[in-house]
Design a protein around this ligand. Structure first.
Ligand code: GRF
Length: 202
């Protein structure tokens, strides 16, 4: 059965765009049924509307705490019968109420080779550290930050004269190629989690 996908995004939404574009050309194995944002003015929401995808926005400041906020999101996801949550530049940490209910059904993309350079500024941190190779990681989300089982990874070299912007462009190009592929693998039930390892069934 085709999976119902919710994409969570707070900002620019280029990964959302890449997944929508992929779905227009290839068999993703699911529908983007909802785009959720915590930012009403995010470009991600605009992109979703332009692609006739249903959107929802909740502002955490309207809730007593983050657990209550995530409970409201969970109700929304249940009412939309969402099977997979795709975090694509969603800048809020998920509380256990969401992570536990959607255990092994939430994925994230991180612009570094985990477990190195976790956190919000992974790409910039890797660049400033002076590593010669960094990259992109797509992983399942568990209760800790940037720590769940890894689905796909791809290395990106940092070249001698790269500016941060040069490097960022190549990171994004890899993200836009591998994130839709990871979503497709999930939707076609090709991912099996075995402890910390994710086996890709061929
Ligand atoms: C990406 O670099 C992703 O790795 C990180 O947040 C950024 C989101 O970019 N988690 P966009 O909003 O998809 O353009």
């Amino acid at each position: 059965m085709r999976k119902r996908i919710a994409v969570f995004a707070s900002g620019f939404g280029s990964n959302l765009q890449a997944i929508m574009d992929f779905a227009g050309k290839e068999d993703l194995g699911g529908e983007i049924s909802l785009v959720f944002s915590n930012k009403g003015n995010s470009l991600a929401l605009k992109r979703a509307r332009e692609n006739q995808v249903k959107t929802a926005c909740l502002d955490p400041s309207g809730f007593t705490n983050r657990v209550e906020f995530d409970r409201a999101i969970l109700e929304l996801l249940k009412s939309e019968k969402i099977d997979l949550v795709v975090l694509a530049g969603y800048m809020l940490l998920l509380s256990p109420v969401l992570v536990e209910y959607y255990s092994n059904r939430i994925i994230n993309i991180h612009p570094a080779l985990l477990p190195s350079f976790k956190g919000t500024h992974g790409m910039k941190d890797a660049f400033n550290y002076g590593v010669k190779v960094s990259g992109v990681t797509v992983h399942f989300v568990d209760s800790e930050l940037d720590s769940g089982p890894i689905i796909l990874q791809e290395a990106v070299n940092i070249k001698e004269n790269d500016s941060l912007e040069d490097f960022e462009k190549r990171i994004h190009a890899v993200e836009h190629r591998i994130y839709p592929r990871a979503v497709q693998l999930f939707c076609h039930e090709k991912l099996r989690i075995e402890g910390r390892k994710v086996r890709i069934l061929v």
